[in-house]
Write a protein that binds this ligand. Structure first.
Ligand SMILES: *[C@@H]1O[C@H](CO)[C@@H](O)[C@H](O)[C@H]1NC(C)=O
Ligand SMILES: *[C@@H]1O[C@H](CO)[C@@H](O)[C@H](O)[C@H]1NC(C)=O
Ligand SMILES: *[C@@H]1O[C@H](CO)[C@@H](O)[C@H](O)[C@H]1NC(C)=O
Ligand SMILES: *[C@@H]1O[C@H](CO)[C@@H](O)[C@H](O)[C@H]1NC(C)=O
Ligand SMILES: *[C@@H]1O[C@H](CO)[C@@H](O)[C@H](O)[C@H]1NC(C)=O
Length: 392
């Protein structure tokens, strides 16, 4: 797996040096909500996951509906791997090695992944691969904003599939396109009561976007750094397993933390396999932050601070105290649109406008999720970015 990741990274350079046009930006969008038209493929469908069932049975309904798409998606990953290691050795390795790696994962993740493999008929190693995949290649935009009445709104674009196969004819990322039909909203329940809700890719048991109604909202963005995920994942393979998968931590926090402060503490202090940004919103004024993580601990927490006129915090994939990479500046356009909107006009509707403005919306964007903690509400929409549109 480590080798696969490095090979994919090597491909980055050949792809970026050709075929892409200069950045495409546009004026801040307005009136995009409710979502219709060419940038929205409609709302994601809802499924209930019963936490009272044994882990291996929880995903049955989701996977029964989505198994064909999941198989297509995994085939695309295998095609990609075969393109790099043509002998088929890599795929062979996945089928042989990853089932063994599964046993090193904690429960309930291990049993849930096994259940997904059983229901879908997809080899266990390939479902494990699919679950590891996301720990490595997400680029996103997340924002938590406080309106003039102290209500918090949390929005995020999930961008996924960078550098993994550009479809020249369709001008799209092969992986991003295959992910879109896998986007689902999940309502995790115990004793028929909602514990938390999330937007997920079917077949993936970690959490990237979720809400604990009336308590907190959470999203995770990738943080690229020298001491990056690849090193953590290699170490994990080589038995040094004292860090936690990032998206397993977010899931555990959504499931078990019972306040903004508790969630913040766990997200800041739990040792991780790779660096990450956690974007957390609470349920009252001033509760919104970006936690910038190294693998060991939190290196910075930026909070909403109304006294400093900081009524929102916004994160893409760069440390907030550094300039973003000039070819990938989604932060400046997103902040420009937030500033233009003003605090007085912030709502789910206007956050959707910000997240619909190119290049915040781009060819990698698979979904947009909007969360309102005080109403316990999560909604998500599958996105398209018609040309002209930035590849990322
Ligand atoms: C390109 O798009 C068309 C129409 O949406 C689709 O039928 C076709 O499968 C796509 N090609 C690839 C390689 O995904
Ligand atoms: C949950 O609701 C279903 C029907 O809505 C009911 O049959 C079942 O007994 C309920 N379970 C619990 C634990 O309350
Ligand atoms: C906010 O969360 C805290 C801790 O969970 C809870 O005690 C409080 O009732 C919540 N406040 C609101 C307004 O929901
Ligand atoms: C948005 O407003 C904040 C606070 O006033 C300011 O620091 C920032 O530079 C502005 N950003 C843009 C892109 O307008
Ligand atoms: C809020 O939006 C409305 C229309 O959408 C506009 O008329 C109004 O000027 C805006 N308010 C602020 C403070 O920008």
């Amino acid at each position: 797996m480590g080798r696969c990741v490095f090979l994919v990274l090597a491909a980055l350079f050949s792809v970026t040096s050709t075929q892409f046009k200069p950045p495409y930006a546009e004026d801040c969008r307005t009136g995009m909500y409710p979502p219709t038209g060419p940038t929205s493929r409609g709302a994601a469908s809802w499924y209930t996951l019963n936490l009272d069932l044994p882990p291996s049975e929880r995903w049955t309904a989701v996977i029964t509906d989505k198994k064909t798409y999941l198989a297509n998606m995994i085939q695309a990953i295998k095609d990609l791997a075969n393109a790099f290691v043509p002998s088929g050795r890599l795929v062979e390795l996945v089928d042989i090695t990853l089932p063994w790696m599964l046993d090193t994962l904690p429960n309930p993740f291990k049993e849930e992944i096994k259940g997904i493999a059983t229901v879908s008929g997809i080899p266990l190693g390939e479902v494990v691969l699919f679950n590891i995949f996301y720990e490595v290649f997400t680029v996103c935009t997340s924002v938590v904003a406080e309106d003039s009445n102290g209500n918090l709104v949390h929005g995020r674009n999930m961008d996924f599939g960078l550098f993994m196969g550009w479809d020249v004819k369709n001008k799209s990322w092969i992986i991003s396109e295959r992910l879109k039909p896998l986007v689902v909203n999940l309502d995790f329940q115990r004793k028929n009561q909602t514990v938390f809700k999330s937007t997920n890719f079917a077949g993936y048991v970690g959490m990237l976007t979720g809400i604990k109604p009336h308590m907190f909202t959470l999203s995770m963005n990738e943080r690229f750094s020298f001491d990056g995920g690849y090193i953590g994942i290699l170490e994990w393979i080589l038995w040094k397993r004292d860090g936690m998968w990032m998206s397993f931590l977010t899931r555990s926090v959504l499931e078990n933390a019972n306040s903004y402060e508790e969630a913040k503490m766990r997200l800041a202090q739990t040792k991780l396999l790779a660096p990450a940004y956690f974007i957390l919103g609470g349920n009252q004024t001033g509760q919104g932050c970006i936690i910038t993580r190294s693998r060991q601990n939190s290196i910075n927490i930026l909070e909403i601070d109304l006294k400093l006129n900081r009524w929102y915090v916004l994160e893409t994939n760069y440390d907030h105290w550094e300039e973003p990479f000039f070819l990938d500046d989604r932060r400046t356009p997103a902040m420009k649109c937030m500033n233009q909107t003003t605090q007085a006009n912030i709502s789910v509707k206007t956050i959707y406008d910000v997240l619909s403005t190119k290049p915040v919306l781009n060819k990698l964007t698979t979904y947009t999720t909007l969360m309102q903690v005080s109403e316990g509400k999560l909604e998500s929409y599958i996105r398209d970015c018609p040309d002209p549109c930035m590849p990322w």
